[in-house]
Design a protein around this ligand. Structure first.
Ligand code: IP8
Length: 249
């Protein structure tokens, strides 16, 4: 089983609120359809928000830790994500992919310790019945905080762990984890080896994002790859693409 995340910034135009990057989404959907026509049977897709969701969340001051108890705000954020989800499903369906939505807001929650609880029985059953479940970053009920954001990356980690994924792919706007000369690092098996590089980047938010991603992926058993859209076909074909993160080495 493969868990594939399509980064929100890959499939949307991040500079314009609620705008798709239609070309990129079609390219990603082509790659998924071709892979399912080939050797891959079980695929779970997760997509991020990009210009959908994030801008609504920041308008309402909602993050992964700061929640809202305003149903209007919750619907606004969740609604933006389900709109993007419909676009993703539509592009997949047009290509004959049996893609169906799984909305985390209706399934998951964070407990009082802020740990994410994501039931995966429906995802496993959908897979067994031949569907391609498509989840997305969303809001989730959060004990003591109202409703907070759950990122696609958190969902990928929870799904990969629970469903014992063989491979994880994060399709990103960068071709992999970059070293201090912007070259793609081929393999990471120990966070200490890359800490200095990830800490040195000037773009702190991106750095935090990439450092957190690498740490979360190192904690998983399955081999994970971070790569750009150009390498999505290669990843789905089972080839090494971008940066491979494997803690078992
Ligand atoms: O783009 C964000 O998901 P992400 C979801 O995977 C919302 O971080 C609601 C902003």
């Amino acid at each position: 089983m493969i868990v594939l995340k399509l980064g929100g910034s890959v499939i949307t135009d991040k500079d314009r609120p609620e705008t798709l990057d239609g070309e990129a989404l079609e390219r990603a959907a082509d790659a998924v359809a071709a892979a399912l026509d080939g050797d891959i049977d079980d695929l779970v897709v997760v997509h991020g928000g990009g210009s959908f969701g994030h801008h609504n969340a920041s308008e309402h001051g909602v993050t992964t830790t700061e929640g809202t108890r305003d149903a209007g705000a919750a619907l606004d954020i969740h609604g933006a994500m389900t709109t993007l989800n419909r676009f993703v499903l539509g592009r997949l369906l047009e290509r004959g992919v049996e893609a169906v939505p799984v909305h985390p807001f209706s399934a998951a929650h964070r407990d009082a310790e802020s740990d994410l609880e994501l039931p995966t029985g429906q995802v496993a059953t959908l897979l067994a019945e031949g569907f391609v479940p498509v989840l997305h970053g969303d809001l989730v009920a959060h004990a003591g905080a109202g409703a907070t954001v759950v990122s696609g990356d958190e969902l990928v980690a929870a799904l990969a762990r629970d469903l014992e994924a063989e491979r994880i792919g994060l399709c990103s706007t960068v071709p992999g984890v970059l070293d201090d000369e912007d070259r793609v690092i081929d393999r990471i098996s120990d966070y200490d080896d890359v800490e200095a590089v990830l800490g040195e980047s000037e773009a702190t938010d991106v750095t935090g994002g990439m450092a957190a991603k690498v740490q979360a992926l190192l904690a998983l058993e399955a081999e994970a790859s971070i790569f750009g859209l150009e390498e999505l076909d290669a990843f789905l074909a089972g080839d090494e693409s971008g940066t491979t993160i494997d803690s078992s080495e």
